[in-house]
Ligand binder design. Sequence first.
Ligand SMILES: NC(=O)c1ccc[n+]([C@@H]2O[C@H](COP(=O)([O-])OP(=O)(O)OC[C@H]3O[C@@H](n4cnc5c(N)ncnc54)[C@H](O)[C@@H]3O)[C@@H](O)[C@H]2O)c1
Length: 328
Amino acid sequence: MTEVLVTGGAGYIGSHVVRALAAGNFVPIVYDNLEGGFREAVAGFELIEGDIGDYAKLARVFEERDIRCVMNFASHIAVGESVADPLKYYDNNVGRTIVLFRAMKDAGVRDFIFSSSAAVYGDPDVVPIPEESPLCPASPYGRTKYFIEEMLRDLGISDGFRSVSLRYFNAAGADPTGDIGERHSPETHLIPLVLRAAIDPGYAITVFGRDYDTPDGTCVRDYIHVNDLADAHVRALLRLLAGGASAVYNLGNGSGFSVLEVIEAARRVSGRAIGAVDGPRRSGDPARLVASSRRANEELGWAPVYTDLDGIVETAWRWERSGKRKAY
Ligand SMILES: NC(=O)c1ccc[n+]([C@@H]2O[C@H](COP(=O)([O-])OP(=O)(O)OC[C@H]3O[C@@H](n4cnc5c(N)ncnc54)[C@H](O)[C@@H]3O)[C@@H](O)[C@H]2O)c1
Protein backbone atom coordinates (compact mmCIF):
# COMPACT_ATOMS: atom_id res chain seq x y z
CA MET A 1 0.00 0.00 0.00
CA THR A 2 1.21 3.51 -0.82
CA GLU A 3 2.80 5.41 2.07
CA VAL A 4 2.21 9.15 2.32
CA LEU A 5 4.15 11.35 4.75
CA VAL A 6 1.72 13.86 6.23
CA THR A 7 3.79 16.65 7.74
CA GLY A 8 1.73 18.80 10.11
CA GLY A 9 -0.79 15.95 10.03
CA ALA A 10 -1.77 16.20 13.71
CA GLY A 11 -3.36 19.63 13.13
CA TYR A 12 -6.90 20.55 12.15
CA ILE A 13 -6.90 19.97 8.39
CA GLY A 14 -4.13 17.35 8.37
CA SER A 15 -5.94 15.08 10.82
CA HIS A 16 -9.03 15.04 8.59
CA VAL A 17 -6.87 14.29 5.54
CA VAL A 18 -5.21 11.41 7.43
CA ARG A 19 -8.63 9.77 7.83
CA ALA A 20 -9.48 10.34 4.17
CA LEU A 21 -6.15 8.78 3.11
CA ALA A 22 -6.78 5.70 5.24
CA ALA A 23 -10.32 5.44 3.85
CA GLY A 24 -8.76 5.55 0.36
CA ASN A 25 -6.43 2.63 1.23
CA PHE A 26 -3.30 4.74 1.54
CA VAL A 27 -0.97 4.52 4.53
CA PRO A 28 -0.62 7.94 6.18
CA ILE A 29 2.50 8.46 8.31
CA VAL A 30 2.02 11.58 10.40
CA TYR A 31 5.09 13.72 11.09
CA ASP A 32 4.40 16.64 13.44
CA ASN A 33 6.24 18.61 16.12
CA LEU A 34 2.94 18.90 18.07
CA GLU A 35 3.41 22.63 18.52
CA GLY A 36 -0.09 23.26 17.26
CA GLY A 37 -1.28 19.70 16.73
CA PHE A 38 -2.55 16.95 19.01
CA ARG A 39 -1.63 13.32 19.45
CA GLU A 40 -5.28 12.40 20.03
CA ALA A 41 -6.29 13.95 16.68
CA VAL A 42 -4.45 11.10 14.95
CA ALA A 43 -5.12 8.32 17.46
CA GLY A 44 -4.84 4.96 15.73
CA PHE A 45 -2.40 6.25 13.10
CA GLU A 46 1.38 6.22 13.09
CA LEU A 47 2.76 9.49 14.46
CA ILE A 48 6.43 10.48 14.31
CA GLU A 49 7.15 13.45 16.54
CA GLY A 50 9.53 15.69 14.62
CA ASP A 51 10.12 19.07 13.04
CA ILE A 52 10.21 19.66 9.29
CA GLY A 53 13.40 21.63 9.96
CA ASP A 54 15.14 18.49 11.25
CA TYR A 55 17.00 17.16 8.21
CA ALA A 56 18.52 14.13 9.96
CA LYS A 57 15.20 12.92 11.28
CA LEU A 58 13.48 13.35 7.94
CA ALA A 59 16.34 11.59 6.14
CA ARG A 60 15.91 8.63 8.50
CA VAL A 61 12.17 8.47 7.84
CA PHE A 62 12.73 8.56 4.08
CA GLU A 63 15.39 5.87 4.36
CA GLU A 64 13.40 3.52 6.56
CA ARG A 65 10.05 3.93 4.84
CA ASP A 66 8.81 3.80 1.30
CA ILE A 67 7.28 7.26 1.06
CA ARG A 68 5.71 7.98 -2.31
CA CYS A 69 4.42 11.50 -1.66
CA VAL A 70 4.64 14.23 0.98
CA MET A 71 1.59 16.28 1.96
CA ASN A 72 2.72 19.31 3.93
CA PHE A 73 0.36 21.02 6.36
CA ALA A 74 3.11 22.15 8.78
CA SER A 75 2.95 25.90 9.06
CA HIS A 76 2.20 28.78 11.36
CA ILE A 77 -1.19 30.06 10.33
CA ALA A 78 -2.16 33.36 12.00
CA VAL A 79 -2.16 36.29 9.57
CA GLY A 80 -2.08 38.97 12.30
CA GLU A 81 0.80 37.30 14.12
CA SER A 82 2.74 37.09 10.84
CA VAL A 83 2.54 40.88 10.53
CA ALA A 84 3.83 41.33 14.09
CA ASP A 85 6.52 38.63 13.85
CA PRO A 86 7.39 37.97 10.19
CA LEU A 87 10.64 36.12 10.96
CA LYS A 88 8.75 33.47 12.90
CA TYR A 89 6.73 32.85 9.73
CA TYR A 90 9.59 33.02 7.25
CA ASP A 91 11.59 30.65 9.45
CA ASN A 92 8.91 28.00 9.90
CA ASN A 93 6.86 28.24 6.73
CA VAL A 94 9.71 28.90 4.31
CA GLY A 95 13.04 28.04 5.97
CA ARG A 96 11.98 24.69 7.39
CA THR A 97 10.02 23.78 4.29
CA ILE A 98 13.28 24.21 2.36
CA VAL A 99 14.86 21.65 4.71
CA LEU A 100 11.96 19.32 3.92
CA PHE A 101 12.50 19.86 0.18
CA ARG A 102 16.20 19.10 0.57
CA ALA A 103 15.50 15.88 2.46
CA MET A 104 12.96 14.87 -0.19
CA LYS A 105 15.35 15.63 -3.03
CA ASP A 106 18.20 13.68 -1.41
CA ALA A 107 15.90 10.71 -0.81
CA GLY A 108 14.49 10.80 -4.34
CA VAL A 109 10.96 11.67 -3.21
CA ARG A 110 9.58 14.19 -5.68
CA ASP A 111 5.79 14.32 -5.26
CA PHE A 112 4.45 17.05 -3.01
CA ILE A 113 1.02 18.35 -2.08
CA PHE A 114 1.02 21.77 -0.52
CA SER A 115 -1.42 23.61 1.75
CA SER A 116 -1.48 26.98 0.07
CA SER A 117 -4.04 29.64 0.79
CA ALA A 118 -6.40 32.24 -0.63
CA ALA A 119 -4.02 34.66 1.14
CA VAL A 120 -1.78 34.54 -1.97
CA TYR A 121 -4.33 36.75 -3.78
CA GLY A 122 -4.43 39.66 -1.31
CA ASP A 123 -7.35 41.91 -2.23
CA PRO A 124 -8.48 40.55 -5.61
CA ASP A 125 -10.08 42.59 -8.41
CA VAL A 126 -12.21 39.73 -9.71
CA VAL A 127 -14.52 37.69 -7.43
CA PRO A 128 -15.12 34.69 -7.63
CA ILE A 129 -11.34 34.42 -7.86
CA PRO A 130 -9.85 32.22 -10.59
CA GLU A 131 -6.34 30.76 -10.22
CA GLU A 132 -5.00 33.08 -12.95
CA SER A 133 -5.68 36.15 -10.77
CA PRO A 134 -2.60 38.21 -9.92
CA LEU A 135 -0.81 36.94 -6.82
CA CYS A 136 -0.41 39.84 -4.45
CA PRO A 137 -0.29 38.58 -0.85
CA ALA A 138 -1.04 41.26 1.73
CA SER A 139 0.74 39.68 4.72
CA PRO A 140 3.95 37.81 5.55
CA TYR A 141 1.79 34.69 6.04
CA GLY A 142 0.42 35.01 2.50
CA ARG A 143 3.91 35.67 1.15
CA THR A 144 5.24 32.46 2.75
CA LYS A 145 2.62 30.52 0.76
CA TYR A 146 3.47 32.43 -2.41
CA PHE A 147 7.22 31.80 -2.00
CA ILE A 148 6.72 28.06 -1.57
CA GLU A 149 4.52 27.89 -4.66
CA GLU A 150 7.27 29.68 -6.63
CA MET A 151 9.90 27.33 -5.21
CA LEU A 152 7.86 24.34 -6.27
CA ARG A 153 7.79 25.68 -9.82
CA ASP A 154 11.59 26.02 -9.77
CA LEU A 155 12.09 22.56 -8.26
CA GLY A 156 9.85 21.14 -10.95
CA ILE A 157 12.27 22.43 -13.58
CA SER A 158 15.53 21.66 -11.76
CA ASP A 159 14.75 18.41 -9.93
CA GLY A 160 11.63 16.89 -11.40
CA PHE A 161 9.40 17.73 -8.43
CA ARG A 162 5.72 17.30 -9.21
CA SER A 163 3.40 19.21 -6.97
CA VAL A 164 -0.17 20.19 -6.40
CA SER A 165 -0.68 23.45 -4.53
CA LEU A 166 -4.14 23.66 -3.03
CA ARG A 167 -5.24 27.19 -2.24
CA TYR A 168 -7.78 26.73 0.53
CA PHE A 169 -10.28 29.44 1.29
CA ASN A 170 -11.70 29.38 4.86
CA ALA A 171 -11.48 25.82 6.17
CA ALA A 172 -14.50 25.13 8.37
CA GLY A 173 -16.52 22.43 10.10
CA ALA A 174 -15.43 19.13 11.59
CA ASP A 175 -15.66 15.44 10.95
CA PRO A 176 -19.36 14.57 11.43
CA THR A 177 -18.42 11.96 14.07
CA GLY A 178 -17.47 14.88 16.34
CA ASP A 179 -14.23 13.23 17.43
CA ILE A 180 -11.83 15.52 15.58
CA GLY A 181 -12.29 19.18 14.72
CA GLU A 182 -10.81 22.65 14.66
CA ARG A 183 -8.56 23.23 17.64
CA HIS A 184 -6.26 26.20 17.23
CA SER A 185 -4.96 28.00 20.28
CA PRO A 186 -5.22 30.92 20.19
CA GLU A 187 -8.27 30.49 17.99
CA THR A 188 -8.60 33.23 15.38
CA HIS A 189 -11.18 31.70 13.04
CA LEU A 190 -14.74 32.95 12.92
CA ILE A 191 -16.92 29.84 13.21
CA PRO A 192 -15.27 28.39 16.37
CA LEU A 193 -15.32 31.82 18.00
CA VAL A 194 -18.99 32.36 17.16
CA LEU A 195 -19.75 28.93 18.63
CA ARG A 196 -17.70 29.83 21.69
CA ALA A 197 -20.11 32.72 22.19
CA ALA A 198 -22.99 30.22 21.94
CA ILE A 199 -21.43 28.08 24.68
CA ASP A 200 -20.15 30.85 26.95
CA PRO A 201 -22.63 33.68 27.64
CA GLY A 202 -19.70 35.71 29.04
CA TYR A 203 -17.95 35.75 25.65
CA ALA A 204 -19.01 37.96 22.73
CA ILE A 205 -17.80 37.69 19.15
CA THR A 206 -16.21 40.85 17.71
CA VAL A 207 -17.42 41.92 14.26
CA PHE A 208 -14.43 43.67 12.69
CA GLY A 209 -15.95 46.38 10.47
CA ARG A 210 -19.52 46.96 9.36
CA ASP A 211 -18.79 49.43 6.58
CA TYR A 212 -17.45 47.14 3.85
CA ASP A 213 -18.91 47.25 0.36
CA THR A 214 -20.96 44.07 0.91
CA PRO A 215 -24.74 43.59 1.28
CA ASP A 216 -24.72 43.86 5.10
CA GLY A 217 -21.41 45.74 5.47
CA THR A 218 -19.47 42.82 7.01
CA CYS A 219 -16.71 40.78 5.35
CA VAL A 220 -17.74 37.95 3.06
CA ARG A 221 -15.74 34.71 3.03
CA ASP A 222 -15.94 31.32 1.37
CA TYR A 223 -16.29 28.55 3.98
CA ILE A 224 -15.16 25.16 2.74
CA HIS A 225 -15.78 22.06 4.81
CA VAL A 226 -12.65 20.33 6.05
CA ASN A 227 -13.79 16.93 4.74
CA ASP A 228 -14.29 18.46 1.29
CA LEU A 229 -10.69 19.69 1.54
CA ALA A 230 -9.64 16.18 2.57
CA ASP A 231 -11.36 14.69 -0.47
CA ALA A 232 -9.49 17.13 -2.73
CA HIS A 233 -6.16 15.98 -1.24
CA VAL A 234 -6.88 12.37 -2.08
CA ARG A 235 -7.81 13.40 -5.63
CA ALA A 236 -4.63 15.48 -5.94
CA LEU A 237 -2.62 12.47 -4.79
CA LEU A 238 -4.31 10.23 -7.35
CA ARG A 239 -3.48 12.79 -10.03
CA LEU A 240 0.23 12.70 -9.13
CA LEU A 241 0.29 8.91 -8.85
CA ALA A 242 -1.27 8.68 -12.32
CA GLY A 243 1.63 10.75 -13.68
CA GLY A 244 -0.25 14.06 -13.86
CA ALA A 245 1.64 17.32 -14.16
CA SER A 246 2.06 19.89 -11.41
CA ALA A 247 -0.98 22.05 -10.83
CA VAL A 248 -2.53 24.72 -8.65
CA TYR A 249 -6.15 24.64 -7.53
CA ASN A 250 -8.45 26.89 -5.54
CA LEU A 251 -10.63 25.03 -3.07
CA GLY A 252 -13.76 26.83 -2.01
CA ASN A 253 -17.49 26.50 -1.86
CA GLY A 254 -18.10 29.15 -4.49
CA SER A 255 -20.59 30.99 -2.28
CA GLY A 256 -19.69 33.74 0.10
CA PHE A 257 -21.22 34.29 3.51
CA SER A 258 -20.91 37.45 5.59
CA VAL A 259 -19.87 37.56 9.23
CA LEU A 260 -23.46 38.38 10.18
CA GLU A 261 -24.76 35.44 8.14
CA VAL A 262 -22.37 33.12 9.97
CA ILE A 263 -23.60 34.44 13.33
CA GLU A 264 -27.22 33.90 12.23
CA ALA A 265 -26.43 30.35 11.08
CA ALA A 266 -24.81 29.63 14.46
CA ARG A 267 -27.92 30.97 16.25
CA ARG A 268 -30.15 28.70 14.16
CA VAL A 269 -27.96 25.62 14.58
CA SER A 270 -27.27 26.02 18.30
CA GLY A 271 -30.64 27.48 19.25
CA ARG A 272 -28.74 29.80 21.58
CA ALA A 273 -28.16 33.53 21.90
CA ILE A 274 -24.80 34.75 20.58
CA GLY A 275 -23.30 37.94 21.94
CA ALA A 276 -21.64 40.18 19.34
CA VAL A 277 -19.84 43.52 19.63
CA ASP A 278 -18.55 45.83 16.92
CA GLY A 279 -14.85 46.40 16.40
CA PRO A 280 -12.79 48.38 13.88
CA ARG A 281 -11.76 46.97 10.50
CA ARG A 282 -8.59 44.85 10.60
CA SER A 283 -5.95 46.05 8.20
CA GLY A 284 -5.48 43.80 5.20
CA ASP A 285 -8.97 42.26 5.45
CA PRO A 286 -10.49 42.30 1.93
CA ALA A 287 -14.26 42.82 1.65
CA ARG A 288 -14.94 39.62 -0.32
CA LEU A 289 -12.95 36.43 -0.84
CA VAL A 290 -14.84 33.81 -2.79
CA ALA A 291 -13.25 31.06 -4.85
CA SER A 292 -13.85 29.92 -8.33
CA SER A 293 -13.09 26.19 -7.98
CA ARG A 294 -13.95 25.39 -11.58
CA ARG A 295 -10.46 24.12 -12.34
CA ALA A 296 -10.53 21.61 -9.45
CA ASN A 297 -13.94 20.51 -10.61
CA GLU A 298 -12.82 19.99 -14.20
CA GLU A 299 -9.39 18.48 -13.57
CA LEU A 300 -9.83 16.61 -10.27
CA GLY A 301 -13.54 15.87 -10.58
CA TRP A 302 -13.87 17.55 -7.19
CA ALA A 303 -16.98 19.30 -5.91
CA PRO A 304 -17.82 20.22 -2.34
CA VAL A 305 -20.44 18.08 -0.64
CA TYR A 306 -21.10 20.58 2.16
CA THR A 307 -22.51 23.51 0.22
CA ASP A 308 -24.93 24.75 2.85
CA LEU A 309 -23.63 27.00 5.64
CA ASP A 310 -25.92 25.54 8.33
CA GLY A 311 -24.68 22.03 7.48
CA ILE A 312 -21.06 23.15 7.90
CA VAL A 313 -21.78 24.96 11.18
CA GLU A 314 -23.69 21.94 12.47
CA THR A 315 -20.60 19.71 12.22
CA ALA A 316 -18.51 22.38 13.97
CA TRP A 317 -21.16 22.69 16.70
CA ARG A 318 -21.06 18.94 17.35
CA TRP A 319 -17.28 19.15 17.76
CA GLU A 320 -17.34 22.25 19.99
CA ARG A 321 -19.87 20.58 22.29
CA SER A 322 -17.79 17.41 22.53
CA GLY A 323 -15.58 19.04 25.18
CA LYS A 324 -12.42 17.92 23.38
CA ARG A 325 -11.21 21.39 22.45
CA LYS A 326 -10.00 22.33 25.99
CA ALA A 327 -8.77 25.86 25.13
CA TYR A 328 -9.35 28.82 22.83
N1 LIG B 1 -7.34 26.68 8.51
C1 LIG B 1 -7.54 27.37 7.39
O1 LIG B 1 -8.60 27.96 7.18
C2 LIG B 1 -6.47 27.41 6.32
C3 LIG B 1 -6.71 28.17 5.17
C4 LIG B 1 -5.73 28.21 4.17
C5 LIG B 1 -4.55 27.50 4.33
N2 LIG B 1 -4.34 26.77 5.48
C6 LIG B 1 -3.09 26.03 5.62
O2 LIG B 1 -3.40 24.68 5.90
C7 LIG B 1 -2.39 24.10 6.72
C8 LIG B 1 -3.02 23.45 7.94
O3 LIG B 1 -3.77 24.41 8.66
P1 LIG B 1 -4.51 24.03 10.01
O4 LIG B 1 -5.64 24.97 10.19
O5 LIG B 1 -4.75 22.58 10.04
O6 LIG B 1 -3.37 24.41 11.07
P2 LIG B 1 -2.92 23.63 12.41
O7 LIG B 1 -2.13 24.60 13.21
O8 LIG B 1 -4.09 22.99 13.05
O9 LIG B 1 -1.96 22.48 11.84
C9 LIG B 1 -0.63 22.73 11.52
C10 LIG B 1 0.18 21.56 12.07
O10 LIG B 1 1.54 21.73 11.69
C11 LIG B 1 2.36 21.40 12.81
N3 LIG B 1 3.62 22.13 12.61
C12 LIG B 1 3.81 23.46 12.52
N4 LIG B 1 5.11 23.73 12.30
C13 LIG B 1 5.75 22.53 12.23
C14 LIG B 1 7.09 22.16 12.02
N5 LIG B 1 8.06 23.08 11.86
N6 LIG B 1 7.41 20.84 12.00
C15 LIG B 1 6.44 19.89 12.19
N7 LIG B 1 5.15 20.20 12.41
C16 LIG B 1 4.81 21.51 12.43
C17 LIG B 1 1.57 21.83 14.02
O11 LIG B 1 1.97 21.16 15.20
C18 LIG B 1 0.15 21.47 13.59
O12 LIG B 1 -0.17 20.15 13.96
C19 LIG B 1 -1.42 25.23 7.06
O13 LIG B 1 -0.34 25.16 6.17
C20 LIG B 1 -2.25 26.48 6.79
O14 LIG B 1 -1.42 27.56 6.43
C21 LIG B 1 -5.27 26.71 6.48
